[in-house]
Every structure is written in structure tokens, then in C-alpha cells.
Design a protein around this ligand. Structure first.
Ligand SMILES: *Cc1c(COP(=O)(O)O)cnc(C)c1O
Ligand SMILES: [Zn+2]
Length: 408
């Protein structure tokens, strides 16, 4: 079958890891047509490897489009771009010494458009909507995804509808409306926001770009793995701590490392992926500990880390599989630990972190104390967004500091 010209000629099709079905590029693709589970893009990696070397990437710009050979769009597709990706991998020497690990880096994602790593996925999803001929997008969001979607929709000239839990920090709602999106506040969590979309922004008119409901967001998040590999001189770290909500970045990194191995661009052992969640909403951690393949919905989900308040991740199977195949683990951290670690990233490394970022440092501290991370390891933690959008979390972190808790 001849793919439409908007797409990368080396993009073969979309596959369903759950049932093995595949879907070609002849029509807009959402989830698996056979079983309803997430689809993932499959490339002809042998052809890509024959035409491209990893060193040639240096000539391809500094944002995530430098990895265009492994992204779904044709070389001449006029993608809407806002400067997504290409964020620094910062050494954290002070924390590395304090924690006693061989090396520690922070993948600092707040320089992305709309100040979070959601820009990577939404850049791809909105361009995908354009490639499929869509004129309107919709999604439920806990905050950052909606802001990123609104920005790319504005730049691409698409309409955008967003449902958010009614306790979402106001900063996000203002930002989304400022960027031209229509926003509805919904009682409950992001799961309820997702259900509210069905009436207000129905398919097919409104192209649903919710997490894993179309295959392009995953491709955008995949670039995290490529960047970490390239920025560490193609010497993969031993452990990567990722704050997992819907899990796109975690599954995306795992796709990237598998592709890199198949491309022959690295021969290092794969990093262990550690899914970090908040103790108040830890469906992946619970399923991991039970040895289950699927996660059951978390009741009464509560955490200041709004990106982690995902009680029923749609891609639970893929997240658990990536964690297990990588030899990783899943860790839940408490709110106070998270806030203190957020303060620590700020106070000892100059990163005004979001709570999700603090969670990754708190989880590393735990696994270092238990010996599950050894002194020889090279470790990556994440700051997935700017702390500026979480005034309530920062107020709580500073109050703890004032009482002598947390950092001194
Ligand atoms: C969405 C979000 C996360 C979780 O990312 P997933 O890909 O959904 O697992 C983590 N941190 C921040 C700041 C987020 O906005
Ligand atoms: Zn399927």
C-alpha cells in the first residue's frame, strides 16, 4: 500500500502490541481497530539505518525534529513548530555526591513550549491531525497537556476543546483560554474529564488527542529516549526515573531504546525504567507489586502533582510491560517527600521544579537507601515541567521549609 505523501516513507504501519493487529496509513488512525488498545508506529529501521548515521543528526537542527528520520512525517511536510524538544541533560554534581551515585543528570523539560514536556507529544499529535485533514482537536487534561494542545492548535489554525478537573490550578485554565481553546471544568478526575468529552466534542469532527488515543503523541515522547542517548554520548545511563501518569514518556523512551538497538546506534545494555507515582494515586505501582498485567482504577486519587493524578491509565499494559522488560521497578512517594525533593532541586541545583520532578528525586533517594540503585550507577531523573504553574505546591513546600522540615 502506498502511504499518503504527508508521511515518512519509512513509516510502515501502526501495530497493536496487545492483539498483534496492524493498521495501515490509508485513513486517520486512533486505537486498534480490532481490540481498542493503543497503536504504535512501526518503521523500516533497516532502511533508515542504511540511509542515516547517528552522527548525521548533528546537521538536523536542535529541536526534536532532528530525529525526523524516525518520526512519522515526510521530510517536506510543513510541520507547525514552536521549538519543542532539544532540552538540556544537566549534570547534578551536588546531589550526585550527596546520594552517592557515579553520575546524576536532570532531563530538564521546562524549557519546552508552554513549559512542560507535554509539548513533545502534542506537537506530533496536532501535526498528525493536520496530516489527517482534521480541523478540530479535543482532549481531557490535568493541566499541561491542555496548554500544549492549545498552543499547537492555535499555531496550526485548528479549533481546540479541553475538559479539565475542576480543581486544576487556575494558571492552566487561564493559559489554555489565552491560547484560544474552549475549556470546560468537570467535577472529578481526568477520567471524568475524558468521559465529558464524548458529548461536548464528539468524534469524528473533534479529533481526540487524549493520551494513547492516537499514535502520534507517543512518537513525540519517544524523542526523550533519543535525546538522552545522544546527549550522554550514546552511553546509556543505567537507570531512568520517570514520573508516570498516562505513561507516554515511559513507553516512548522504551520504544526509542528498542529502535536505537535495532538501528545499531547503541550497543549498551538498556536502561532500567523506574515508574514514579504519588502515594495518593499509584495504580501502576500497585499492579507492578501484584505482578498484574493490568492496573485497576485507583479510588479517591489525590496528589498536588496533577500530572500524576491519572487513576486509570489507558496504556497500563504497555507501561507495565516497559517497566518489566527494562528490568525496572515502580515506586510511590508521599506528598511531603515530593515537596521536600522539589525544594531540594531548587535549593541545591537551581531548578524551580514541578512536584512531578520532585517525585523522581524522592524516588531515587528511596531506591538509593534500599540499595536498589547502586553507587556505580549513572542515573537520570526528570523535571517534566515548570514549578511556576504550581503555586499551591510551592506554597506548601515553602511552609515545610519554614518549619524546619525538608531542606535547610
Ligand atoms: C503529564 C505530566 C506527567 C506525566 O506524564 P505521562 O506521560 O502522562 O506519564 C508528569 N509531569 C508533568 C509535569 C506532566 O504534565
Ligand atoms: Zn489490538
Amino acid at each position: 500500500m502506498c502511504p499518503p505523501p504527508a508521511f515518512n516513507p519509512n513509516l510502515v504501519d501502526f501495530d497493536c502490541p496487545a492483539c498483534g493487529a496492524s493498521a495501515d496509513l490509508s485513513e486517520p488512525r486512533t486505537v486498534c481497530p480490532a481490540c481498542g488498545q493503543p497503536l504504535v508506529a512501526r518503521y523500516d529501521l533497516a532502511r533508515i539505518a542504511a540511509a542515516t548515521t547517528r552522527d548525521s543528526l548533528a546537521r538536523s537542527g536542535t529541536d526534536l525534529w532532528r530525529y525526523r528520520v524516525v518520526l512519522p512525517f515526510a521530510p517536506d511536510f510543513p510541520a507547525v513548530r514552536l521549538g519543542e524538544g532539544g532540552t538540556p541533560l544537566l549534570p547534578l554534581p551536588r546531589l550526585a555526591a550527596e546520594l552517592g551515585v557515579a553520575a546524576l543528570w536532570l532531563k530538564e523539560e521546562s524549557p519546552n513550549p508552554t513549559q512542560s514536556f507535554k509539548a513533545r507529544g502534542l506537537a506530533l499529535a496536532v501535526n498528525g491531525a493536520v496530516a489527517f485533514g482534521k480541523t478540530a482537536i479535543a482532549l481531557p487534561s490535568a493541566g499541561n497537556a491542555g496548554s500544549a494542545a492549545a498552543a499547537y492548535a492555535a499555531a496550526a489554525g485548528l479549533r481546540c476543546r479541553i475538559t479539565v478537573p475542576e480543581d486544576t490550578p487556575e494558571t492552566f485554565v487561564i493559559e489554555q483560554r489565552g491560547l484560544g481553546a474552549e475549556v470546560r471544568l468537570v467535577p472529578g478526575t481526568i477520567s471524568d474529564a475524558g468521559k465529558a468529552l464524548a458529548d461536548w466534542a464528539p468524534a469524528p469532527e473533534w479529533w481526540n488527542v487524549a493520551t494513547f488515543k492516537e499514535p502520534f503523541r507517543l512518537e513525540g515522547k519517544k524523542t526523550l529516549g533519543y535525546e538522552i542517548a545522544e546527549q550522554s554520548g550514546w552511553r546509556l545511563p543505567e537507570s531512568i526515573f520517570y514520573p508516570a501518569g498516562g505513561g507516554t514518556g515511559l513507553v516512548g523512551m522504551w520504544r526509542a531504546f528498542l529502535e536505537l538497538e535495532n538501528l545499531g546506534w547503541t550497543r549498551d545494555p538498556m536502561p532500567r525504567l523506574i515508574a514514579v507515582q504519588a502515594a495518593g494515586c499509584a495504580p501502576v505501582v500497585r499492579a507492578f507489586e501484584q505482578g498484574a498485567e493490568r492496573a485497576t482504577p485507583w479510588a479517591d486519587a489525590a496528589t498536588v502533582a496533577s500530572g500524576l493524578r491519572v487513576p486509570a491509565p489507558f496504556a497500563d499494559r504497555l507501561i507495565l510491560r516497559a517497566v518489566r522488560e527494562s528490568g525496572g521497578t515502580a515506586v510511590a512517594v508521599g506528598e511531603e517527600e515530593m515537596l521536600d525533593a522539589m525544594g531540594e532541586l531548587a535549593g541545591s541545583e537551581g531548578c524551580f521544579a514541578c512536584p512531578e520532578g520532585g517525585a523522581t528525586l524522592a524516588a531515587l533517594r528511596r531506591l538509593r537507601a534500599s540499595g536498589e540503585v547502586s553507587a556505580r550507577e549513572r542515573v537520570v531523573i526528570y523535571n517534566t515541567g515548570s514549578g511556576l504553574k504550581y503555586p499551591e505546591a510551592w506554597r506548601a513546600a515553602l511552609a515545610r521549609r519554614g518549619t524546619g522540615a525538608g531542606v535547610s
